[in-house]
Design a protein. Structure first.
Lengths: 263, 326
């Protein structure tokens, strides 16, 4: 069985981000991590490998070369192979293009299961998983919190739905997006880190991937970024005075009612 | 393609969600700008009453109301929605960035090769076309995007992004008999409701959120009491979820939910960046913490520096009093 994991390297929460003076580009401090929800996807792939025989895990990302580091982290966790589809000078703002490229790679590489996080922490778009599934005509389940794969080629899946949870049975091949709670991602062991250092990460040119799902060139992008700006800042906090907690509570409610007008 | 605006309505307990009414309100502004028709699409079972509400916002409410649509699935909802979109050919489709929206619309965009922008929070209808406002990096940066208008555009918005306009004249309700097909590779074995009938966390106008300073699961009782009397919801920080004092469904922050209520009250929260990123867009932020140097005060409009266990009971009583005066 082959498990393919799509991973995105994203800016760390603490990374400083500077908007260029023409508001057209972003400069991101060099602090990157494996996307939070993708860690669950990698961990789940490793658990499938541990519970079934003959499972191979390949991790793939469409990213600039810096993401090799994040791919090494996934190898250190327990993935077998890693691929970086080089996004340098490529369109990355249109999720359709990103998904066509990843779907094309999956089609070439082969898979029984595709796993990815439910969304990326940087753009919170949650597009790529279901889009890839659509391009490959695969069933998908999003927001997965439990996954049991059988040798017989089916999976029993628990996923979050609006206002509840659903248990479904899905015939493989299929795509699943991981929600927090699916598992506890492991911290790589030193032996894993050593292996990751030695593993060769394949760099793939997107032009070498056949993508019969639509165009992938920059001209085909349907999304234009007009500008970036800082969010509106809040005025300084007003600390509510009062001789006692009761008085402070009273003064707060008064301010919320008369000043802020939210009560 | 027409220049019409189409809103996908989500219902909860057989009534339209507030987030969907928000979309109808901004959709009305778009339809006015393009001198076009505002369409609403409703898929489900037992939605006659909900359609009545929606028809007071939309020019045409397209209703697919039959038993096979009782349970959402991207397969059956997707095939019906695809049929409707191909028939009515709207220029722009508006949906909610909800669990359902995140599951359904990306597939729809791939199927129709439509421009897709998700998790947006605003629009600018001032110039040519429609400009979409979308936060990045947990709200550290705001981006403005222009989706190409050569083909259909699909945009999903976070709940609480727009005000709900007043209902207007009743529009037409058009019943469509879309068949909708289920994917044979998928079978639902069972489903359960987790949340009670409380308001959705992302749609709540009022949120009171507890952090590590709440000290135990039991202490959340007073927050629940306040949330209930305000018709809102209790939220929690990641530490609280990791300590299993509350369910993951309540988590506000980067690895949980992003919320923008009218009023957010943070209790015993230090204000870690990943939490701030989940609530920074709230209209008014109040922080209650005994540590005057807690970072949360840098993001708050109002602050109380005191022991929260001494502040919360009188705060509850004061809020109760204002509710009773209304």
């Amino acid at each position: 069985m082959k498990v393919l994991v799509f991973m995105k390297q994203v800016a760390d929460t603490e990374a400083r981000i500077i908007i260029s003076s023409d508001q057209k580009t972003l400069e991101i401090e060099n602090k990157y991590v494996v996307n939070f929800f993708d860690e669950f996807a990698v961990e789940e792939a490793i658990r499938i490998k541990e519970s079934l025989k003959d499972v191979e895990i390949a991790v793939c990302t469409f990213a600039p070369r810096r993401a090799v580091e994040a791919l090494r982290t996934t190898i250190a966790m327990g993935a077998d192979r890693a691929f970086l589809i080089d996004s340098t000078n490529r369109e990355t703002d249109d999720p359709l293009i990103v998904s066509r490229i990843l779907a094309g790679f999956a089609r070439k590489e082969g898979f029984d299961i595709i796993l990815c996080g439910r969304q990326a922490m940087d753009d919170e778009s949650a597009n790529v998983g279901p889009m890839v599934a659509e391009f490959l005509s695969l069933p998908h389940v999003s927001h997965v919190v439990r996954l049991s794969v059988t040798d017989a080629g089916t999976a029993e899946v628990v996923s979050e739905i609006e206002g509840g949870r659903r248990v479904s049975e899905v015939s493989l091949p299929a795509l699943f997006t991981a929600q927090k709670g699916l598992n506890e991602p492991r911290v790589p062991l030193i032996t894993g880190v050593m292996k990751a250092m030695k593993t060769e990460i394949a760099i793939v040119d997107p032009a070498a991937i056949e993508t019969p799902f639509g165009p992938i060139d920059s001209e085909a992008s349907k999304i234009t970024v007009l500008s970036y700006e800082l969010p509106a800042s809040r005025p300084a906090v007003r600390i509510i005075d009062g001789a006692s907690p009761e008085e402070k509570a009273q003064n707060l409610v008064k301010a919320l009612k008369d000043e802020a007008k939210v009560l | 393609m027409t220049r019409d605006v189409l809103v996908f309505i989500e219902c909860r307990d057989s009534m339209p969600r507030k987030a969907s009414l928000e979309l109808l309100s901004v959709g009305r502004d778009m339809a006015s700008k393009f001198s076009s028709t505002l369409l609403a699409v409703m898929l489900g079972s037992g939605l006659k009453e909900a359609a009545d509400v929606v028809s007071r916002y939309a020019d045409k409410t397209i209703l697919v109301d039959n038993g096979s649509f009782a349970d959402y699935g991207w397969d059956i909802y997707g095939s019906a929605l695809e049929e409707i979109l191909r028939k009515y050919e709207p220029m722009i489709v508006l949906g909610t960035s909800s669990v359902t929206g995140k599951d359904l619309f990306p597939r729809m965009a791939a199927r129709l090769q439509a421009a897709m922008v998700s998790d947006a929070v605003g629009v600018d209808l001032g110039g040519e076309g429609v400009k979409i406002k979308k936060p990045l990096f947990g709200g550290k940066v705001i981006s403005w995007l222009a989706p190409s208008s050569d083909s259909t555009v699909i945009v999903t918005f976070r709940p609480n992004s727009f005000a709900v306009a007043d209902a207007g004249q009743r529009g037409d309700i058009i019943e469509e008999g879309a068949a909708g097909t289920r994917n044979p590779a998928m079978k639902t074995l069972s489903s359960e409701k987790t949340g009670s009938v409380k308001v959705d966390l992302q749609e709540a106008d009022f949120i009171i959120c507890g952090g590590r300073g709440m000290k135990s699961a039991e202490h959340f009782a007073v927050l629940d009491e306040i949330a209930d009397l305000m018709g809102g919801r209790t939220g929690a920080s990641r530490t609280v979820i990791d300590s299993k004092w509350r369910e993951y469904d309540d988590q506000i922050g980067k690895s949980g939910k992003t919320v923008s209520p009218k009023l957010y009250i943070g209790c015993g929260l230090s204000g870690a960046l990943h939490h701030i990123m989940g609530m920074d867009t709230s209209r008014v932020i109040v922080a209650i913490n005994k540590d005057p140097n807690a970072p949360i005060f840098q993001y708050a409009d109002y602050g109380i520096v005191d022991d929260l266990f001494a502040v919360l009971p009188p705060l509850r009583d004061q809020l109760k009093k204002t509710r009773e005066e209304m």
